[in-house]
Write a protein that binds this ligand. Sequence first.
Ligand code: TRP
Length: 461
Amino acid sequence: MSEQRGNWSSSVGFILAATGSAIGLGNLWKFPFITWENNGGAFVLVYLVCIAAVGLPIMMAEILIGRSTQKSVVGALKEAVGPAWGVVGMWGVLCGFILLSYYTVIAGWSLYYFSRTAQWMLGGFPAGTQTGAIFDAQVANPGLQLGLSLAFSVGTVAVVYFGVQKGIERIARLFLPILFGILVLMLVSALGMSGSGEALGFIFRPDFGRLEAGGVLEALGHSFFTLSLGMGAMVTYGSYMERNQSIVKASAVIVLLDTLIALVATIIMFSVIFSVAGMAEQVSGSTVGMLFISLPELFFTEVPFGNLLGPLFYVLVALAALTSTMSLLEVVASYVIDEHRIDRHKATLLCGGAVFVFTILAALSFSPVPLLSTMELFEGKPGWFSTADHFVSNWMLPTGGLAITIAAGWAMSRSVTEGELADGTEPGWFSYGAWRFFIRFVSPLAVAAIIIAVLLGQDFS
Ligand code: TRP
């Protein structure tokens, strides 16, 4: 069967695809607002420590499980650890399924904002425009929400349909350079604004007096989300990797790029916000809306060349989201392909269609649809959309991540993991012993801390 499976055309192909999976709405939307809520500096430092101490070792663990077995997440865990571990794999597939169903809805918003900002670019920004009201109206418009998320789902299915090399890798190779290019343009523009100094200080000058315990756990929780860990996405992508490539080097590059992009996005947004009098107070009212409420207006009123950068920025958000949604669908589809022996085309359409049924529920969660907008399984998380997000971020990713650390650190033999990581391709700075210590002790304890915090009522969604 392995000869029918796809593979990346080169090591760069794998790195770009995996980096594309990691860079997404987590970097552009979530990281800036949690950094804002947690007062910057110290939070950012703690986040960097979590990425290095927990994220990087687990990234290596997921990729090595995939590459050593050449199977998607369910088959990989069964083979690497034992038949009972198929359950953990299924947990990952289910997590990918749910995450994809609502992630697509936010991704759809980027299409709406692209068209809005493009209209403003051409026709001028109407004075007195209330971007908050525009946001509320678009999320509460059921037809619009369904159309946007359908368009995005079709895009995702279309990529995965063409397979690992001709679909996923090709899109990643095309989109990631564009994404980096747009970000550099925006960074240059943002650094020229008067608020950039204050923004850099806010982000990089740690003040531990302003960090609460909950913030530490939030940083840890986000490091899973942003690196696409805890549900087998990296296991799946790793399963298409060749043996002559270094897992350690690839992981380091993916983690570095993801972190860099999150920081750059945050510098851009905060430079804009700090440049406008009164904006900091306004943003504090709706940090979640930073990307879709504050920014659209600021592009047209404050940012140099903003009428051009505005639409370009929402293209960037859409590209970043697509390289993530395609990896989520790949987790689900590759499970069906590998374990149920259904061919890729059928499997992709089947899985894409099934996920879309749940996307409909998420898309209608902001409209006055009785149960969908009002159900409250988790306190303070009304509606299906928030319920799903809460369940994935707080329960599924951390428990899946914990299982991966146990699989790679305790259940798999040392000779297998050492053979994958220290196979002669690893860089000089890498120490297998250090990795093993982190994956056996540091990472699981840190993840267990998240889970205990969730049990005690902390919220990461
Ligand atoms: N990393 C993605 C982001 O930052 C979101 C994400 C989490 C994800 N888990 C994933 C994407 C698994 C693909 C696969 O937006």
